[in-house]
Design a protein around this ligand. Structure first.
Ligand code: HSE
Length: 414
């Protein structure tokens, strides 16, 4: 029998205990051991729960219990999760977490502690919910040099954009619906400003390239400024707008990493990933593109990934599972202004002919997006790929010439 403690009985935590109870026989068959939930840590009371007698409010009941081999952290947030997880690893207990904030901020340190203490720190559920992605990158695709990872990593924003694209809702309406349906986080800022997707692409990039990439090194834009006009122009261009987390390894081994809304061509596999679903493309030099698709959030999908990690811990209680990246100072990340991208811009001015000439002078070659229902003075176009810093300078130059840039969205080369 292997004793497990679960820290947190929220959406994911309750899903983990549910799967461990309802899938007991199936899980026993896969490891040949019974998984016994010995403690559930939560500050709230759950008197009606079938395991009511196992609930505790005191972390000491877990850390001091030598029978507990595996601790599941599903509390979310950085504190006290970081302190609790660190203490567990230092005591040689295996830790499984779904906490992307924790892994993105402290992954290198916690992986090092796990290594030093010959124990496991696993976090399959931290990216893509129920979609297998950490294990595939760490194991199945390990023979590849990964040149690029790009994904729709946040279900809430994908839901909002899908509603804008398919039903013509504006951003505020679609956000309200996402909140009413319980998709958006308590504070929607982490979703809509791109921070959640940023943490997830940092975890994938750290894993793929072996060095921790911290969220503060990543240029991150959310979707709050996307309008229905932009959705319309994306369609005229031949695509849709998606919030993409993307990392690319350059020939000098530096990484170009960004989170931003992008125009994605309809032919891209990522263009057809709708609603709360996530999709992640991993480009390997042996495999070429591999795409992972599924439910990136939710109780049972996320708990399913947590339970898979618990099983992996059971199988690696003596010989730790190899999962590691080193700490870094973010020096492998290029300045976001050096990142090369094509761009869609929507401008408004008194004179579209002059605006066109000025845009052509600044950007050299532009492709105008013709729209029958364009507002008076509106000019929308796509420029050729160039450094993002040059694009920003050109946007300043347009604004300073009385040509107001209302929107600027990257073209995703996906
Ligand atoms: N708020 C996140 C999302 C939850 O919408 O994708 C899963 O990480």
């Amino acid at each position: 029998m292997v004793s497990v403690a679960i820290m947190g009985h929220g959406v994911v935590g309750s899903g983990v205990s549910e799967i461990l109870l309802t899938h007991k026989q199936k899980l026993f068959a896969s490891v040949g051991e019974e998984l016994y939930i010995k403690h559930i840590l939560d500050l709230r009371d759950f008197p009606e729960h079938p395991l009511a007698d196992r609930f505790t409010k005191d972390f000491n009941d877990i850390i001091n219990d030598i029978d507990v081999d595996i601790v599941v952290e599903v509390m979310g947030g950085l504190n006290p999760a970081y302190d609790f997880v660190k203490q567990c690893l230092l005591k040689g207990k295996s830790v499984v977490t779904s906490n992307k904030e924790l892994v993105a901020a402290k992954g290198a340190e916690l992986l090092q502690i796990a290594k030093d203490n010959n124990t496991n720190f696993l976090f399959e559920a931290s990216v893509g919910g129920g979609i297998p992605i950490i294990r595939p990158i760490n194991q199945c695709l390990v023979a590849n040099n990964v040149s690029e990872i790009a994904g729709i990593l946040n279900g809430t924003t994908n839901f909002i954009l899908t509603k804008m694209i398919n039903e013509g809702m504006d951003f505020d309406e679609a956000l309200k619906l996402a909140q009413d349906l319980g998709y958006a986080e308590r504070n929607p800022e982490a979703d809509v400003e791109g921070h959640d997707a940023c943490r997830k692409i940092c975890i994938l990039a750290s894993l793929a390239y072996g060095k921790h990439i911290y969220p503060d090194a990543v240029h991150t834009q959310g979707i709050t400024k996307i309008t229905l006009d932009d959705v319309k122009y994306a369609s005229i261009w031949g695509g849709v707008i998606k919030l993409i987390g993307k990392v690319k390894q350059l020939p000098d081994k530096k990484v170009d990493i960004v989170v931003a809304p992008m125009f994605i061509p309809n032919k891209s596999q990522l263009a057809n990933i709708d609603d709360v679903f996530n999709g992640i493309m991993v480009r390997g030099d042996c495999t070429d593109d591999v795409v992972f698709y599924g439910k990136g959030a939710g109780k049972l999908p996320t708990a399913s990934a947590v339970v898979a990690d618990i099983i992996d811990c059971v199988k690696h209680l003596k010989n730790r599972k190899y999962l590691f990246w080193a700490d870094s100072d973010n020096s492998s990340v290029i300045d976001y202004k050096e990142s090369v991208t094509a761009m869609y811009l929507r401008t408004v001015s008194d004179d579209t002919a002059s605006a066109y000439n000025k845009a052509k002078e600044l950007f050299n070659d532009i492709h105008v997006l013709e729209c029958d229902t364009a507002k008076e003075g509106e000019l929308a176009f796509v420029c050729e790929p160039m450094a993002y810093g040059t694009i920003l300078d050109n946007i300043d130059a347009l604004n300073n010439s009385g040509i107001k840039v209302e929107s600027a969205i990257r073209i995703g080369d996906l």
